[in-house]
Design a protein around this ligand. Sequence first.
Ligand code: GAR
Length: 202
Amino acid sequence: MVKKISSSVFISGDGSNLKSILKNSRDYNFPIKIGLIISNNIRAYGLKYARKYNIPFKFYSSDNKDLFERNCLAELRKKRIKFLCLAGFMKKLSKKFIKNFGYKIINIHPSLLPRFKGLNTQKRVLKSKEKYTGCTVHYVTPELDSGKIILQKKILIKKNDTENSLKKRVLIQEHKLYPKAIRLVFKWLFLKKKIYFSFRVL
Ligand code: GAR
């Protein structure tokens, strides 16, 4: 049995990526276990998975970003969390917060980055008349959707795709890509022994 790294998932909405990570984390050789779920939206549908899988969760308002980050850090430290996955978490994290984790925060975005960073992704993808789109898992940096890319999955845009159909088709791929990327990150980490699972500030 691998020694799983205690991790947290940050969400703001539906939590379908959270669900996929939780399902995968039940696998004995999946590198992480989810010890904490954080939402900045009290009504996030994804919180139901916290209840279903019996995972501790916290809601913190992100209206005051500084307070939000301080609350998160305190809880992450308390729970000895060492790795963060952002999954539909719709708030930028500060440079200071990210620095605490180094290369230990990853995010998923529904486009082939660096194309279509930011919000309303599928609307802009469709407007652009691109042939392909997809999803990307990347390391988090203070610049929006800009960190080093870990994995991408490309799909063909269909002629009759709508914003909704594209969103759904990309999401299906996200659910496979995110767990794959997590496995890959830990394979790299353990191979290179480059990253130490301790915090500078925490
Ligand atoms: C996903 O498509 C994710 O890639 C996107 O929000 C959705 C959340 O779905 N994230 C971003 O756009 C971040 N820039 P989920 O809550 O069902 O996982």
